[in-house]
Design a protein around this ligand. Structure first.
Ligand code: PHB
Length: 391
């Protein structure tokens, strides 16, 4: 009697397993709903558009499909406004039932998105926002980043600045997560290399009234000024720095966002500026040349770092979805595939760390004409320390 029931239980188990095997490897069907949550207005508007373009270029190169499913887009303008971020991401997840969210640019906005993604077990691919916590305490199998942590380019620039022999630095940035973490990364390596940050200046995001702060810098006469600005604000800062008579007197350096996607508008005021970033304009590799040509053809625009990050968000999603045949619920298998992958990016090869942040080279760049030319490597295969990540 006992034997028989054990036999039946085993038989049941075997048939259940047999049933599960084909189900587990089945191709998911129906459209893949991608929620694009990006800034389409405000100082970061051009960054949002470049990310969307890059992402769509990758999908189009793959026949409009990922993981065997046709891709459908649902867009939200997040306005780079953290106060609206939770509502905005909930609209995509709860109202529109998206399978994956791709976004965003602003560190304050992505913090809310990452919390909701973890609470609702939703896949989130971050194509820019560098908030350290996203691949730190908030890291999970729901979250991947195709860009950088705020610590990374700043740390690379701090090392290069110390090597140049600068001793006394003043920093200036917007007072929010990205600016503060960028200054933190710079300070860490610059001071380790023997320099000292003597003053940290800031103004609220996205203000561009720089005059009073530039007057303070002129009076302090540091060896170098380190900055984090991006988008429309970066254009204005570089122009105001020159107009204040500081260009050529006190070297201005930064995370490379200061001069990326901005050079047409900054003109001669940007010439000679040195920055560190995971992309540069004249890498002249076949991979990058092909990407730049395809992007220029499709959008009648030159690509920048944001376009590359959007494209690589597509690559990460593509690698994960191929492994799970389009089934976004298989988080562990998705993660395993992405962690194994080597991404052939226009920026150069990169991998994702266990915390799902790119491990990548940082170029030291110098502005020449309308290009950020690589003048060497500031840091090779630099990994974010992922402080607080428990994966
Ligand atoms: C950010 O808020 O994390 C941020 C925004 C713009 C950039 C880089 C980082 O170019």
């Amino acid at each position: 009697m006992k034997k028989t029931s054990r036999f039946f239980r085993l038989a049941l188990l075997a048939s259940a397993t047999a049933l599960m095997v084909p189900l587990a490897s089945a191709q998911a069907t129906g459209k893949l709903k991608v929620g694009l949550m990006l800034p389409y207005t405000g100082t970061y508007a051009a960054l949002g558009t470049a990310i969307e373009n890059g992402f769509k270029l990758y999908i189009d190169e793959h026949g409009g499909k990922l993981g065997g499913r046709e891709v459908e887009y649902i867009k939200v303008d997040d306005e780079s406004n953290p106060a609206k971020a939770t509502d905005n991401v909930n609209k995509l997840i709860k109202r529109d039932n998206v399978d994956v969210v791709v976004g965003t640019v602003h560190s304050g906005v992505v913090m809310a998105m990452a919390k909701v993604a973890n609470d609702t077990n939703t896949l989130l691919i971050v194509p820019n926002a560098g908030a350290n916590a996203v691949t730190g305490p908030l890291c999970s199998n729901n979250i991947y980043r195709s860009s950088f942590s705020n610590w990374q380019p700043a740390y690379a620039m701090g090392e290069a600045a110390a090597k140049k022999g600068y001793k006394k630095a003043v920093t200036i940035t917007w007072k929010y997560g990205a600016g503060e973490e960028s200054v933190g990364g710079f300070k860490e390596s610059f001071e380790k290399g023997g320099g000292k940050v003597v003053k940290e200046l800031s103004l609220p995001f996205p203000n561009v009234e720089f005059q009073a702060l530039l007057t303070e810098i002129a009076a302090m006469k540091p060896d170098v000024v380190y900055t984090f600005f991006a988008g429309g604000g970066a254009v204005k800062f570089v122009k105001d720095y020159a107009a204040a008579g500081l260009k050529g007197k006190i070297p201005l350096i930064g995370a490379g966002f200061l001069t990326d996607g901005t050079l047409d508008a900054q003109g001669a005021d940007a010439s000679g500026l040195q920055t560190a970033l995971h992309y540069a304009d004249s890498l002249n590799t076949k991979r990058d040349n092909d990407f730049r040509l395809a992007y220029a053809k499709a959008f009648k625009l030159q690509p920048d770092v944001y376009a590359v990050q959007g494209y690589d968000a597509g690559q990460i999603l593509g690698a994960g979805l191929a492994a799970v045949k389009g089934d976004v619920s298989k988080k562990a298998e998705f993660a395993a595939a992405v962690e194994r992958a080597k991404f052939d990016s226009p920026r150069g090869m990169f991998t994702l760390s266990k915390a799902h942040n790119p491990v990548q080279d940082f170029y030291l760049r110098q502005v020449s004409g309308v290009e950020n030319k690589s003048i060497g490597l500031a840091s090779k295969a630099l990994a974010d320390p992922a402080r607080g990540c428990k994966l």
